[in-house]
Structure formats: structure tokens, C-alpha cells
Write a protein of this length. Sequence first.
Length: 300
Amino acid sequence: MRLRIDCSYDGSMFHGWARQPGLRTVQGELEHALSTILRLPEDQSVHVTVAGRTDTGVHALGQVCHVDVLPEILDSCIGHMPTNGIEALERRLKHVLPADIVIRSISPAPEGFDARFSALERTYVYRICDAGKPVDPRMRGFVLAIPQLLDVEAMNEAAALTVGLHDFGSFATPNPGGTTIREVKRAHWNRIPDFSLAQGDGTAAGYRVPALESGLVCFTIVADAFAHNMVRSLVNACVQVGNGKKSLDWFARKMTEPVREGSTGPIDARGLTLEHVAYPPDDELAARAQAIRAKRTLES
């Protein structure tokens, strides 16, 4: 049977999602934990398919993956727990996995579900602390600090050029046999206002509790899929426009001439988080997976 696994992780100490020999990865830790709990021999180890592979240092709040397990093997992990195999697996995973991976839920996958190919869209957020302001130490692993004050309005003019179906060859590298053509549905920069969790009168006795993201500059981008390094490279290009090093015309040329060059490389990974993966209704999952497997063109 196919199981859907919703999880979150702090990517700081991982060499990305994908399993790599001798390196600590999210997929490697998750597959090792599953194989241990299910007591599988090496030649029968599980394979976890993910909605979106994250790079080294990138975080995830709403990552989705799937794994195929024989029902009788799944039930073998129940032991003495008064529950079913899926709930038993979820409980055991939560105890076995390291603290920087959290299982949010495990559920039976609907027919036709594929974590990667059935996805409709993915949402990423990049968080920046600009103008040389000190970063809250609790957020240091998830926020990039830069010395310049960013022009959010100029960055939004650049971001608006990415919306729609485009070849993002200036900002990404294709997988073997793939393309850098993607459809961006929304892309926007926001300077988060200073706001409080609890309002006081401004005196010492009425301390206002600030929300963690107060004052940060955040980029939210939603697309059907993302090519390798695409989000971080777009962020880097927008930041160069926002700090005055590059013009909006330069950004526009990079959109119309999809060629990689040194100034459009990826920015630091720490500020990026995969926030959410959306899927169509259950009866459309299989058709979506079949359609997305086709090689993209600018006409489709």
C-alpha cells in the first residue's frame, strides 16, 4: 500500500534531501528509520519519493513524500500497541528520527497519488534581515542577514516579471533530459510590519511581545514546480535589484535571454523554506501525474 508522509525539517545540518553516500541527508535518515522500524533487509530497503528535493541547508515546513509498503510488513510494527499499522509506524518514527526531522502525519495515499508528479504547486518563502539590523538569534538558521537596505518596491517590479510560463534558464539548471521551463503563479516581496502578539500600553508594565518575523523582508513564490537552484537564484537577482547593484532592465533581459552567468547564481540557502505543497482532488491525482511527466515547452 502507498502511504503519504507529511514532514518538516531543519535543513541546517543536512546535505539536502536526496540520499548521498557518506553524507547526512533527509531522505537517508528517513529511509534508514523506516527500514529499521519495518525490519527490512538491505535488499528490501524502502524508497521514499518526495514532492520537491531541497538543496543543502534548505528547510521544509510542509514537505510531502510517499512510500510503498506491503500491508503485512506494515502491520508487523504494531507490536503490543492497541492501534493500526499506520498509526504504529507514525508513533515509532517520531521516536526514532532525529530532532531536526518531524513527522506531521502519515495517512493512506489516495489512488493515483504520487508525491512528486501529482503536485499542483509548491510554495517557498525566503526570509531576509536587511539594513544591517541584528538577526534574532533564535532565527539565525532561517534568516539571511545583509548590510544593505533593500528597495522592496523595485524587487517587486522584478518579481512580477517572473509570473507566468517562462524558461528560467538564467536562474536554474535542468535535470538530465528536462527543461528549465516552469509556470510561476505568484511571486511577491513583503516587508513584514512590526507587530505584537499581545498589546500593551508601551510602558515597562505593558511590554509588547513582538512576533518573530517583525521587520523581515520575505519573498513568497508559488509555482507548479521549480528547477534546480531556481528560487535561490531568483532571490539573488531580486536582491541585486533591491540594493541598487543591478537594474530592472538587467533582470528583464535575464528573463528574455535564458542563459546562466555569474551574477545569477544562488543566494545562501539558510533563508529558504519549502512551506507548502498543494494537490488536486483525489479523482484528479492520476491524470495530474501523467500530465506533469510530459516534457514542458513554452506552449504547454
